[in-house]
Design a binder for this molecule. Structure first.
Ligand SMILES: [Zn+2]
Length: 407
C-alpha cells in the first residue's frame, strides 16, 4: 500500500483520511469527504451543515448531474421531493405509496415490501455489509439501515459522522472516539466483529446482537456505563454500598434467558465525587432529596428518569430501601426508562419491571417480584440504540442539574 498504483491502491493522507485513489478525495475540516473525483472526470460533491449533517450530494457521473437534498426526513432529487423517510420505511412521493423495511436482528434492511406485503427489493449481505445478492434496487438504505452510494462503484455507506467502505471493511476517516479504543486499529469497523456489534452512529457502540450457533439463541449484549453521584443534602450515604446494591439489582433484572434468546448486561457503575468527573455521555444515577422528586396523587415518588435519556434520580426512600435490601426494582425500572421503555399500567403486566409501582399494590401483587423484562422490551431498547434515540439529554447540560449544584 504505497500509492504507486493509484488505480488499485488506497493511501492515507496526513490527517489519516483514506484516499481511494481513483484520482482524488477531498475532506473538509470535520474530516468528512467534500469531493470525490474519478479518473474520467466524474465527481461526487457533498455539502454539510456546521454540525456535519449531510445536506446535499451532487453526483456528476459521465456528464449526468443528479442533485440529492436531505431536508429532515424528506429527500429531494433535482428539486423534486421523492422520498419521505418514516420510522418503518418511506413514502415514495411521486405516487404517495408506502414502502416498509423488513429488518433482521442487526437492523439491516433485508427486504422492502409495499403496503400489501409484496416484496419490492431483497438484499443479502456479507458480514461486513457488502451486498452479495439482491433483487430490485428501489431505495438506497441497506446495511444497518444506512444509505449506500454505489454510483461509480463507490460502495460507501453514510454513517453520519463517518463513511464506511464495505469492500475495505473500513471507515474512511479516523474514529472520533479513537482514544477510547486504543487497542483496536482506528479504521476498524466495530472491532472487526460485525455480527456481534453495531456502530449506530459511527461514534460508539453500546449494544451487541449475536447469534450463538451452539445454543441456537440470539444474544443481546447491552453495555451501560453509568455514574453514581450524591446530589442530595445527606452527606452520610454509604455510596459504595449503594453502588453495589444498584449493580446487583440491574444485573438481577437485565440478565435474562428465554427459549431462543439471552440478554447479557454489562453494567458499570462508578462513583463520582464531583460533577467534573461526569462525562457528557454518561448515564447519571443521582441521589436527590426526597422533596425534590415532587409529589404524585398516586403515592410516594421513589425515582424519576428521562425517557429516553441519561438522567436518573433516586430519592431518600428508594436509597434507604436499596441499602437495606428491601428494594428490588426501582433503580432497574428507572434505567429502563432511559432505554426508552414506558410505564406499564395493565394488570396483565403486573409482574413486569416497567409496571407502575402503585398499581402493583392495587393489583394485589408483590412489588419486589415485579421485576421481569420481556424480549420485546429488550428489542425496543436495542432498536432505540440503533436509531440513535438513546444517550440524549445529559443532566450535565440541563438547567435541572445546575439547580441542584447551587446550594
Ligand atoms: Zn416509571
Amino acid at each position: 500500500m504505497n500509492g504507486a498504483n493509484t488505480a488499485n491502491e488506497y493511501v492515507y493522507d496526513a490527517n489519516g483520511n483514506l484516499n481511494k485513489n481513483i484520482t482524488d478525495i477531498q475532506y473538509n475540516f470535520l474530516n468528512l469527504p467534500s469531493q470525490i473525483t474519478f479518473d474520467d472526470g466524474s465527481t461526487i460533491v457533498y455539502l454539510y451543515s456546521a454540525d456535519g449533517t449531510k445536506l446535499r450530494t451532487m453526483h456528476n457521473i459521465n456528464g449526468t448531474v443528479t442533485k440529492t437534498d436531505y431536508c429532515g426526513n424528506v429527500i429531494y432529487e433535482n428539486d423534486t421531493a421523492t422520498q419521505l423517510l418514516t420510522e418503518a420505511g418511506y413514502v415514495s412521493l411521486n405516487d404517495n405509496q408506502y414502502h416498509y423495511y423488513l429488518q433482521d436482528h442487526q437492523g439491516n434492511n433485508r427486504m422492502v415490501v409495499d403496503k400489501n406485503g409484496t416484496p419490492e427489493e431483497t438484499n443479502n449481505y456479507y458480514p461486513f455489509g457488502g451486498v452479495f445478492a439482491s433483487t430490485g434496487n428501489i431505495q438506497p438504505y441497506k446495511y444497518n439501515g444506512k444509505e449506500l452510494d454505489n454510483k461509480k462503484g463507490l460502495n460507501w455507506y453514510d454513517y453520519g459522522a463517518r463513511h464506511y467502505d464495505a469492500a475495505l471493511r473500513r471507515f474512511m476517516t479516523i474514529d472520533p472516539m479513537v482514544e477510547k479504543y486504543y487497542n483496536v486499529a482506528p479504521y476498524a469497523y466495530v472491532g472487526n466483529n460485525p455480527i456481534k456489534l453495531i456502530d449506530p452512529d459511527g461514534k460508539d457502540w453500546r449494544i451487541a446482537t449475536e447469534y450463538n450457533q451452539v445454543k441456537h439463541k440470539i444474544e443481546y449484549k447491552i453495555t451501560v456505563n453509568a455514574v453514581l453521584y450524591n446530589n442530595s443534602d445527606n452527606a452520610n450515604i454509604n455510596m459504595e454500598k449503594l453502588s453495589a446494591a444498584i449493580q446487583q439489582q440491574v444485573n438481577d433484572t437485565y440478565n435474562i434467558s428465554g427459549k431462543d434468546f439471552e440478554v447479557k448486561m454489562n453494567f458499570n457503575l462508578r462513583i463520582a465525587s464531583s460533577v467534573d468527573e461526569i462525562g457528557d455521555n454518561d448515564h447519571v444515577f443521582q441521589v436527590v432529596n426526597q422533596a425534590d422528586l415532587g409529589k404524585s396523587p398516586n403515592g410516594i415518588v421513589q425515582g424519576k428518569a428521562s425517557t429516553p435519556g441519561l438522567n436518573i434520580k433516586l430519592g431518600d426512600i428508594a436509597v434507604n430501601n436499596l441499602l437495606s435490601g428491601e428494594d428490588k426494582r426501582t433503580a432497574a425500572h428507572e434505567l429502563g426508562h432511559t432505554g426508552g421503555l414506558h410505564d406499564l399500567r395493565e394488570d396483565k403486566y403486573a409482574d413486569n419491571l416497567m409496571m407502575q409501582s402503585y398499581l402493583i399494590d392495587r393489583f394485589g401483587k408483590d412489588n419486589n417480584k415485579s421485576t421481569k423484562l420481556d424480549r420485546n422490551q429488550i428489542e425496543t431498547i436495542r432498536d432505540n440504540y440503533i436509531n440513535n434515540k438513546l444517550n440524549q439529554n445529559s443532566p450535565k447540560r440541563s438547567e435541572w442539574f445546575r439547580k441542584y449544584l447551587v446550594k
